[in-house]
Design a protein around this ligand. Structure first.
Ligand SMILES: [Mg+2]
Length: 171
């Protein structure tokens, strides 16, 4: 695999709902190509879907920051280089990030978000093969110890995505 650019931030969010009218970011994990990390949990007063309440909320154990603080911290971490936001099934991550910043203008990231599921598709792989539970999964073949990552923890999900991506670069 020979990607266009290494100016990438691996990005994952946990959010309150799959309904885009209602969903808001509860936590976000950002990992730079070189490994530098940012993790934030947000103070939100939105309604939280039952599935999220059960699987995500128990992992939210850090002090919470306001939406405004979160945006500031992300901009400071990302810096001026407009990296590409790379996420797995990125539509919700990107959309809820836009909700936080109020659109795509004045974005910390390049305005085109990159979807890892589409990268898999273009590489001739099932876009669901990122899931280590599936029999067609690419993860065991890459030699990744997925057990060390807390699933649905935004930082661990972003770290996992980075490890998978870097391993795929070597293929
Ligand atoms: Mg996640």
């Amino acid at each position: 695999m020979k990607p266009f650019s290494e100016n990438i931030i691996f990005f994952d969010t946990e959010f309150s709902s799959l309904n885009p009218y209602k969903g808001e970011i509860l936590s976000m994990g950002l990992v730079k190509f070189g490994g530098e990390e940012l993790y934030l949990e947000l103070l939100q007063d939105c309604e939280i879907d039952p599935w999220v309440q059960k699987h995500v909320v128990p992992l939210l154990t850090e002090p919470k920051v306001t939406r405004e603080e979160a945006v500031k911290k992300v901009f400071a971490f990302v810096g001026p280089g407009r990296p590409y936001m790379l996420a797995y099934v990125n539509q919700f991550d990107a959309l809820y990030w836009y909700k936080l910043i109020g659109g795509v203008r004045d974005n910390a990231f390049h305005w085109i978000p990159i979807d890892f599921a589409s990268i898999l598709f273009a590489a001739g792989k099932d876009p669901q093969s990122f899931d280590w539970r599936r029999k067609e999964s690419i993860i065991p073949g890459l030699g990744i110890d997925y057990a060390k990552y807390r699933e649905h923890h935004a930082l661990d999900d972003a770290r996992f995505l980075r490890e998978v991506y870097l391993k795929m670069l070597k293929k």
